[in-house]
Design a protein around this ligand. Structure first.
Ligand SMILES: O=C(O)[C@H](O)[C@@H](O)[C@H](O)[C@H](O)COP(=O)(O)O
Length: 321
């Protein structure tokens, strides 16, 4: 394994992590939707976007203006109109992990006014096979801490793709079913070898697991066919789970780790300084090289020898990406 150094953004405290992660997520959203020109990057109030992200009237205004310009020039406007409509249909595909990441997103995203929730397709990086009402359910936690708190009238309703709760007693069936949900959402397996998320958000546990991929479960880490696998006898937390696989994570447009707290310092040290140990995060740092960022607080970076960067907030008003 070659050593690939990801971008590591360091923060003095938790609040800083939450704000920066929210900004990073919204930039990924704007890049995916190419809507940067509509929103103020750190807008906390002002004109909001409706459930379809761009307002219906804005799109129609653009379509009408293309029509009248084209007809005054005697040109064919169809191609341009198709492009505008296609842009309107774009969606932001994101995968969420569970754990403390959900609290970070709660703190950072809910106060931002430029989240186009109505254009989000939300999937889960992994799920613990417990009822949604359990405090251990990733979907349940995200629902209570984020989805239920979105002002959907103002920002629209995201499409949320979770596991089928009726299958929690059968990990293989549950994984297969969730894979089918992904296949449907990503235009079918025949046409895409791997789904491509715009943004894949991960935490990292003190034992080194990411999503539900545990360091000593080598077979799971080597899986290269399935998009979703069952995980049984997990060494921490609920023992039955499902997880998206390494190739799916690494195929994402952006992969972002969010890690805080002193208990994580030893594992972060190993990930950053000893990639040859092959911890799941090191595999991702290598497999998605150039697309990986880490948002880490100082406590988790204690005694870690790595180049730290200061996060710069985006100004998406002039987004051209
Ligand atoms: O269901 C899971 O176990 C999570 O998806 C898992 O991968 C999580 O991201 C890490 O355990 C970190 O969790 P903390 O941030 O809470 O330590």
């Amino acid at each position: 394994m070659t050593t690939t150094v990801p971008k590591v953004f360091a923060f003095h405290e938790f609040a800083g992590v939450a704000e920066a992660v929210a900004d990073h997520v919204i930039h990924a959203q704007n890049s995916a939707l190419k809507k940067g020109r509509v929103s103020k990057s750190r807008q906390m109030s002002g004109t909001s976007l409706n459930g379809n992200g761009s307002t219906e009237s804005k799109t129609m205004e653009r379509v009408n203006s293309v029509r009248s310009n084209a007809s005054s020039r005697g040109g064919n406007e169809d191609g341009v109109i198709k492009k505008i409509k296609k842009e309107k249909e774009r969606r932001f595909k994101i995968a969420l992990s569970g754990g403390s990441l959900i609290q970070v997103l709660h703190e950072g995203l809910l106060k931002r006014d430029d989240v186009q929730w109505g254009k989000w397709d939300i999937y889960f990086a992994d799920e613990r096979l417990v009822p949604f009402s359990s405090s251990e359910s990733n979907y349940g936690l995200a629902k209570r801490e984020i989805f239920d708190l979105i002002n959907t009238e103002k920002h629209g309703t995201p499409r949320i793709y979770h596991i089928d709760e009726s299958l929690i007693n059968d990990p293989q069936e549950c994984a297969d079913n969730y894979e089918k949900i992904l296949i449907k959402g990503f235009a079918g397996r025949d046409s895409v070898k791997l789904p491509m998320f715009d943004l894949f958000l991960l935490g990292c546990a003190p034992d080194g697991h990411i999503a539900s991929l545990f360091p000593n479960f080598q077979e799971n880490l080597r899986e290269n066919l399935a998009w979703v696998i069952p995980v049984e006898s997990a060494p921490s937390g609920p023992s039955n789970r499902i997880s998206l696989t390494i190739p799916v994570i690494c195929h994402s447009h952006r992969v972002t780790f969010v890690v805080e707290g002193a208990t994580k310092a030893p594992v972060i040290k190993t990930i950053m300084e000893r990639p040859e140990k092959g911890l799941p995060s090191s595999i991702v740092n290598e497999g998605a090289a150039g697309r990986v960022s880490w948002f880490v607080d100082d406590d988790a970076l204690k005694d870690v020898f790595v180049t730290k960067k200061k996060y710069k907030f985006y100004d998406d008003d002039n987004l051209t990406e």
